[in-house]
Design a protein around this ligand. Structure first.
Ligand code: PEP
Ligand code: MG
Length: 325
C-alpha cells in the first residue's frame, strides 16, 4: 500500500471523469515541511500558526515568527501556502498567556475574537507574515469568523500593516489574498456577504460540524455521535461550495473530514475542487479520487440531499457507490 501511494506522488489529482481536485497539506511546524515533497501536495492548504505559540514558553518574537513563515514559504517554493492566523483559546491554550476561566471555552474568547480584542498580537503576527511574503504571493485566513464585521476589521488591520511596512521601506508581497474560515454556522447564512469581501473561503469542518450538531469535538461521548456524511452536514458543505462557484472565489475544505477517502468523494461531488488533508491521508485520498467518477457520485448523492423523509443514508449509498466503481 505505502509503495502504491508513494508511486502516486507525481500523478496529478484528477478524477476518472477529468475533474481536478487539488490536494493540499495541513501543516503547522517545521517538521511538517518535508511532507510537501514526499506527498507531491499542491500546496499547504492550512498552516496552523498557533502551533509555534503552543510549543513555546513565551510569546514568539516577530523575528521568530518571521523565520518560521519564511522557512515554510521557501519549502513550498511555487506552491501556495495558506497561513491561518492565531487560533488560540478554546482547546488551544498558551500556558504563558493569562486568560480567564470560561464555562464554554469552545464558544468563548478565542481565535479572531481574541485577535481583534488584542490587536497587538494579531498585528505583530500580520507584520511577520507580510514580511515573510515579500516578493511573493501571500495567503492569510482568519479562524472562527462569525460575523462579516469581524472580517472587515481583520482585513483593515492587514491594510494598516501593509501601510506601515511600506512606510518603513520593507519589501511587500506581490499580492495578498485574505480569506475566512467557515467554521461557525452563522457564516452559512452570510455567504454572499462574506464572499463579496473575502478572496477565498476554507471550511473548517471540525468546528463547523461541532457547532452544527452542538457536539463537543473533544468529548468522546458525543464527538462521533453525528455523522458528517448526514444530510444536514452535507447540505451545509454544499451551500459553501456553491456560493464560492457563484462568486467565482476559491473554496477549500481543510477539516479532518477531507482526510477520509469516502468523505473526500462526497466533497468532490458537492463541488469542492480543493481539499486540504493530513500528510498520511494524501495517498489514500488521491488513490480514491483517481478511481472516482465525480459526476456519477454527484448523481447518487444530490438527490439524497433533497430527500425530506429523514431516511436518507448518504454514507451507505456512497459506500456502495465506491464499492461498485
Ligand atoms: C477545523 O475546525 O476544521 C479546522 C481545520 O481547524 P482546527 O481543527 O485547527 O480547529
Ligand atoms: Mg477550527
Amino acid at each position: 500500500r505505502q509503495a502504491q501511494y508513494a508511486a502516486l506522488r507525481t500523478r496529478p489529482s484528477v478524477t476518472k471523469d477529468g475533474v481536478h481536485v487539488d490536494l493540499n497539506l495541513n501543516a503547522g511546524l517545521l517538521v511538517d515541511l518535508p511532507h510537501i515533497a514526499e506527498t507531491g501536495a499542491a500546496g499547504i492548504g492550512l498552516f496552523r500558526t498557533e502551533l509555534q505559540f503552543m510549543i513555546a514558553s513565551a510569546f514568539p518574537r516577530i523575528s521568530e515568527q518571521l523565520k518560521l513563515y519564511r522557512a515554510v514559504l521557501d519549502a513550498a517554493g511555487d506552491r501556495p501556502v495558506t497561513f491561518r492566523t492565531l487560533d488560540i483559546g478554546g482547546d488551544k491554550v498558551l500556558p504563558y498567556m493569562r486568560t480567564v476561566e470560561e464555562e464554554n471555552p469552545a464558544l468563548g474568547w478565542r481565535a479572531i475574537r481574541l485577535g481583534l480584542d488584542r490587536p497587538g498580537l494579531l498585528r505583530s503576527q500580520m507584520r511577520a507574515l507580510l514580511r515573510a511574503g515579500a516578493g511573493r504571493e501571500l495567503r492569510v485566513m482568519f479562524p472562527m469568523v462569525a460575523a462579516v464585521e469581524e472580517f472587515d476589521r481583520a482585513r483593515a488591520l492587514v491594510e494598516r500593516e501593509l501601510t506601515h511596512l511600506r512606510r518603513h521601506g520593507h519589501g511587500l508581497p506581490d499580492r495578498v489574498y485574505v480569506g475566512a474560515m467557515v467554521e461557525v454556522p452563522s457564516l452559512l447564512f452570510q455567504l454572499d456577504e462574506i464572499l463579496s469581501r473575502a478572496d477565498f473561503l476554507s471550511v473548517g469542518s471540525n468546528d463547523l460540524v461541532q457547532f452544527l450538531y452542538a457536539a463537543d469535538r473533544a468529548n468522546v461521548r458525543v464527538a462521533d455521535r453525528f455523522d458528517p456524511l448526514s444530510p444536514p452536514a452535507l447540505r451545509a458543505f454544499r451551500v459553501v461550495a456553491e456560493a464560492g462557484i457563484r462568486h467565482g472565489k476559491p473554496v477549500t475544505l481543510c477539516g479532518e473530514l477531507a482526510s477520509r477517502p469516502l468523505e473526500a468523494v462526497a466533497l468532490a461531488a458537492l463541488g469542492y475542487r480543493s481539499l486540504s488533508v493530513s500528510p498520511a491521508a494524501m495517498g489514500p485520498v488521491k488513490a480514491m479520487l483517481l478511481e472516482t467518477d465525480v459526476s456519477a457520485a454527484r448523481k447518487v448523492l444530490l438527490p439524497l440531499l433533497e430527500d425530506r423523509t429523514g431516511a436518507a443514508d448518504p454514507r451507505a449509498v456512497l459506500t456502495k457507490f465506491a464499492r461498485d466503481c
